[in-house]
Design a binder for this molecule. Structure first.
Ligand SMILES: [Zn+2]
Length: 416
């Protein structure tokens, strides 16, 4: 999920419906979003739609407390906090602490309601039903506005390392599009880099950067490629393309993506989220993408799914985000279930935790309790994530050893 989502009016209406269904009283709660809401701590804003006067916070609290039948195939409750994890798909502007953004807004005297926490959240999180594409763009626009200095960018990246350390994440890749920010793109990349380096030192969480091309913005392609190559020796390991999947790739972007691959950068591509399965095929066959961001819709075309499996392409799955964008209808029948059954390579990520209010722990809980993935399947997903990390062989082996040792410790700890 990115600033460049393909949020067509119809999709937006679907999201609105989804969001409202999260907030309906218990007897009407249906499907996974309703179950998801309590576990994800989705706050329930007071409904302002005419004709619905219920207190939604009370309804959500009731939903959280009420006994619920486990999802079919749900696993016994296991605490995944101690499981060493990796995160391969998270966006920089979607990974900010609310409190930090408030402080930065205040510090720079920006025109946001930073003295009122609830009002501020409405500006930088997607907590209430969106009624237009403009609302989504406003959220990411506001975050971009507030991250107005290199120091601010560094701080957010550093704090995300701290967050992930708390969740026992040992390696992650942070992605962003450095163009169109309130600073030179070089400063943005260097700010992220400084935050990640300091974060690794203080919290022991290793990380790398991925730079993003945005569909519909071919004018930025050459610069993004230039930056990716320039900063490759300092932690930029790959490139991605995000944005409206229904927009065709511009020839300039095609060239830049191919040049990135030819110059040894790794490639992941947002595909098969809101766009058709053929976008997954294109990513694999035409660009040699090693990983696919989301990719759920690959299951609509068995031939393309077979191709992805044959090429051992890794899928970066973001459960909450996929429900949020309506790219998956419900967790019980989520694409990861089939992937896990087939032994397809995938791992779990948060996508935009600061904006949608999740973290990796809630993602693992949802995968276990709602999707019904087993402990073995989730452990395999971590190992798949390590194998798909954009690290050189020796660093990957080192990471694998660390993760395996951590898994052994964690397995002992959950026996009791
Ligand atoms: Zn994404």
């Amino acid at each position: 999920m990115t600033l460049g989502w393909s949020l067509q009016p119809l999709l937006l209406r679907q999201i609105v419906r989804k969001r409202y269904s999260v907030l309906l009283p218990l007897p009407q709660l249906r499907g996974s979003p309703a179950r998801l809401a309590p576990s994800l701590h989705l706050s329930a804003p007071r409904h302002r739609t005419a004709g619905v006067n219920m207190d939604l916070e009370a309804a959500a609290a009731a939903a959280a407390c009420a006994p619920r039948a486990p999802a079919s195939g749900a696993q016994k409750r296991i605490d995944y906090t101690g499981l060493p994890k990796v995160e391969l798909h998270v966006h920089m502007d979607g990974a900010c602490r609310v409190d930090t953004l408030r402080k930065l807004s205040r510090q720079h005297q920006l025109d946001y309601p930073h003295d009122d926490e609830e009002e501020f959240k409405k500006r930088i999180m997607l907590l209430s039903p969106a009624t237009s594409l403009a609302q989504f763009l406003e959220v990411f626009g506001a975050i971009g506005d507030i991250l107005c200095t290199k120091e601010a960018v560094e701080r957010v990246a550093y704090e995300y390392c701290e967050e992930l350390g708390r969740q026992n994440v040992v390696y992650f890749e942070l992605r962003h599009n450095p163009m169109g920010k309130k600073m030179e793109p070089e400063q943005y990349v260097e700010g992220v880099m400084a935050g990640l380096e300091r974060g690794e030192k203080d919290f022991g969480v290793k990380s790398r950067q991925i730079l993003i091309f945005i569909r519909g913005k071919p004018e930025d392609a050459d610069k993004v490629l230039e930056l990716a190559l320039k900063y490759r020796p300092r932690g930029v390991v790959g490139v991605d393309i995000a944005g409206n999947e229904l927009l065709p790739l511009d020839p300039i972007q095609t060239q830049a993506l191919l040049a990135a691959r030819a110059n040894g950068l790794h490639l992941t591509m947002h595909a098969g989220e809101s766009g058709p399965p053929d976008n997954v095929r294109q990513a694999i066959e035409e660009f040699g993408a090693e990983r696919i961001g989301h990719g759920y819709r690959v299951l609509e075309d068995e031939a393309i799914y077979k191709l992805a499996r044959e090429k051992n392409v890794h899928f970066e799955a973001c459960l909450t985000s996929s429900i949020f964008t309506n790219s998956q209808k419900e967790l019980e029948s989520h694409a990861v279930k089939r992937w896990a059954l087939d032994g397809t390579s995938f791992s779990l990520s948060t996508d935009d935790p600061g904006v949608i209010g999740n973290d990796l722990l809630t993602e693992y809980r949802a995968a276990s309790q709602e999707v019904g993935l087993t402990k073995e399947q989730l452990v395999k997903s971590v190992l798949d994530g390590v194998a798909a990390a954009f690290l050189p062989g020796n660093e990957k082996e080192q990471l694998l050893r660390k993760v395996k040792a951590g898994i052994a410790e964690w397995e002992k700890s959950i026996l009791f």
